[in-house]
Design a binder for this molecule. Structure first.
Ligand code: SF4
Ligand code: SF4
Length: 171
C-alpha cells in the first residue's frame, strides 16, 4: 500500500516567486531578535540553571507518595497504577497489614524514573489519591542509574509538604 500527501495549496503570485517569502521570514526573525535585545523581560530563553522557568499548573514532574495523618502512606497496594503503567516502571509487592482501616499496604514500591514517560496514567488510576506528580522536579539526572529508581522512602519524602510528617515506622 502506498501513501502520499496531497497538498493542494494555492500560492499567490508573490509566494510563487519564493524570494519575497524568504525575506519576509528573515524580517520576522530579525524582528524577534531586536525585540529580545531591547525587551529583556520578554525573552523566551532563560539563563538556566541559574534561573528556572515557572511550570504550568498540572505539569507532570517526579512522583511522590501521599501520606495519611499518621504518617503512613495512603497506598493500599491495589496495583492499579502498576497495571496501567505503559512503561512498566512501577513495581509493587503487597503485604497484609494489622491496620484496621486497610487490608494491604506495599511492602515494596518502586518507580523507575528513568523508564517513566510521565504520562500521568498512574495518578489518574489511583483510587486513593496516593500518588501525585506535583513535585515540580524535572531535573532527574544522576551519575548512577540506581539513584533514579525511587523507593517508598524517597517517594514519600519527595515533596516539602511531607517533611516532618513521615512516620518513623515507614519502612
Ligand atoms: S507517569 Fe506513566 S509511565 Fe510514569 S510511572 Fe506513571 S503510568 Fe508509568
Ligand atoms: S493505584 Fe494508588 S493505591 Fe493502588 S497501588 Fe497505586 S498508588 Fe497504591
Amino acid at each position: 500500500m502506498s501513501y502520499f500527501i496531497n497538498r493542494k495549496e494555492h500560492l499567490t503570485f508573490w509566494e510563487k516567486l519564493y524570494l519575497p517569502e524568504i525575506f519576509r521570514g528573515l524580517s520576522i526573525t530579525a524582528g524577534h531578535l531586536l525585540h529580545s535585545l531591547f525587551h529583556i523581560d520578554d525573552r523566551m530563553t532563560i539563563e538556566y540553571p541559574d534561573k528556572k522557568k515557572e511550570l504550568p499548573p498540572g505539569y507532570r514532574a517526579e512522583h511522590r507518595l501521599m501520606l495519611r495523618e499518621d504518617g503512613q502512606i495512603r497506598c493500599t497496594a491495589c496495583m492499579l497504577c502498576q497495571t496501567i503503567c505503559p512503561a512498566n516502571c512501577i513495581e509493587i509487592i503487597a503485604e497484609e497489614t494489622e491496620d484496621k482501616t486497610v487490608e494491604k499496604r506495599p511492602k515494596l514500591f518502586t518507580i523507575n524514573e528513568l523508564r517513566c514517560i510521565f504520562c500521568g496514567l498512574c495518578v489518574e488510576a489511583c483510587p486513593c489519591d496516593a500518588i501525585r506528580m506535583d513535585t515540580g522536579k524535572y531535573e532527574n539526572s544522576s551519575f548512577n542509574r540506581k539513584d533514579l529508581i525511587y523507593d517508598i522512602k524517597k517517594l514519600a519524602s519527595n515533596h516539602p509538604d511531607n517533611a516532618g510528617k513521615i512516620s518513623s515506622a515507614l519502612y
